[in-house]
Design a binder for this molecule. Sequence first.
Ligand SMILES: *[C@@H]1O[C@H](CO)[C@@H](O)[C@H](O)[C@H]1NC(C)=O
Ligand SMILES: *[C@@H]1O[C@H](CO)[C@@H](O)[C@H](O)[C@H]1NC(C)=O
Length: 169
Amino acid sequence: MKISLLLFLLFPYVLSKTIRVDLNGSNQWMFRSGNGNSSGMATVPGDIYADLQAAGILDVDPLSGQNGVKLKWIGRTNWVYERKFNVDQAMFSKNVVLLVIRGLDTVCNVYINDEFVLANENQFHEHVINVRRYLQLGNNKLVVDFTAPVGYAYQKARTYEVSLEKNQT
Ligand SMILES: *[C@@H]1O[C@H](CO)[C@@H](O)[C@H](O)[C@H]1NC(C)=O
Ligand SMILES: *[C@@H]1O[C@H](CO)[C@@H](O)[C@H](O)[C@H]1NC(C)=O
């Protein structure tokens, strides 16, 4: 079975006299399902299976025996990861604040303070983007909104089939 959700690590920093804020860790991130019926603390970098286990929502080992079959719902669910982070005056006064994302697995959108920052659909891409204009002094919110990969893959497959049929006629 394939663990099919997120492994990532991110932090913004400022060039020249680098101020660096690590956004990874265990005590800041929260996860929740798209419909909100399960949620808990998350660890980044990490994955939804480990977070569900740590939250006591999963009480079986997803890698053991046939458990993966019972746990298919996890890959069919949208998952939202969210944390707050602080921007102090020193960072706020910079023109360039880079958000560095080591990897996002896989289909997701990233938002800062509810503004769209980037879309990802490749687990192996790193992202380095100037997010200064999304930031506010004090409390900020970073959200990674994952779309269930199974539905997304079916949708892509259908699109390819249609375009293939068109090409043949
Ligand atoms: C966060 O990432 C930094 C840089 O890779 C690392 O030095 C630090 O140990 C990490 N912290 C946690 C809590 O994972
Ligand atoms: C949450 O909702 C999903 C989809 O409706 C369902 O499959 C899952 O069992 C629910 N989980 C809990 C903990 O209620």
